[in-house]
Write a protein that binds this ligand. Structure first.
Ligand SMILES: N[C@@H](CCC(=O)N[C@@H](CS)C(=O)NCC(=O)O)C(=O)O
Length: 205
């Protein structure tokens, strides 16, 4: 399987899960501005959506959309329980979190990445993110991870997205439980390994 990724972007979540599950993932970096991959291929010819992540499962079989890619990866090693068993309420909780992160967190960051976004749009995004972070902080006051005691798929995605706060000077000090959660996940060997490969931090010695 090959994961098309952009360093530090939402595809980091899939990359982390690849390491968590010891999957044999080939990686191909995409320059999201030029839409060229490191091997010089036109990424839009591979994935007409032009964005990452995309998972090439087999020749001609490409899966896109982060939540779908994450679930596909988890299904390769069901015994590792990164996604609770089908039919259980915990499974639907995991999907509920993936939906929240995808539409309420991930996409709310968008205006902050673009210098040309109007100030009003940036201010509105910051205000919405503050509400979302407050919600997460409240939840994490009584839960170690999003689903409870164990790290699961939504945690990889939530970590990846909230980590953008570092690049955008969003202060997490008002959210101590979220800060604790972020620090804990950042030191997981799979997270350190994926971030090191993407050039986001030094490899652990
Ligand atoms: N709906 C997609 C959105 C993915 C997305 O926003 N990818 C960003 C990086 S985090 C990207 O590749 N942006 C470049 C572009 O849209 O051209 C998903 O949930 O996977």
């Amino acid at each position: 399987m090959k994961l098309y990724y952009g360093p530090g972007t939402c595809s980091l979540a899939a990359h982390i899960i690849g390491h968590e599950l010891d999957l044999d993932l080939d990686l191909e970096k995409v320059d999201l501005k030029s839409k060229l991959t490191t091997s010089g291929a036109d990424y839009t010819a591979i994935n007409p959506k032009g964005y990452v992540p995309a998972l090439e499962i087999d020749r001609g079989i490409l899966l896109t959309e982060g939540p779908a890619v994450l679930q596909y990866l988890a299904a390769q090693r069901p015994e590792r329980h990164l996604l609770p068993a089908e039919g259980t309420i915990e499974r639907y909780r995991a999907l509920e979190w993936l939906g929240f992160i995808n539409s309420e967190l991930h996409k709310t960051f968008t205006p902050l990445w673009h210098a040309e976004s109007p100030t009003a749009a940036k201010d509105a995004a910051r205000a919405t993110l503050a509400r979302r972070f407050r919600y997460l902080d409240h939840h994490l006051a009584t839960h170690r991870y999003l689903l409870g005691a164990a790290f699961t798929l939504p945690d990889a995605y939530c970590f990846t997205v909230v980590n953008w706060s570092n690049y955008l000077q969003l202060d997490l000090t008002p959210y101590p439980n979220l800060k604790r959660y972020m620090s804990e996940i950042e030191t997981r060997p799979a997270v350190e390994a994926a971030m090191a490969v993407e050039g986001l931090k030094q490899a652990a010695q």
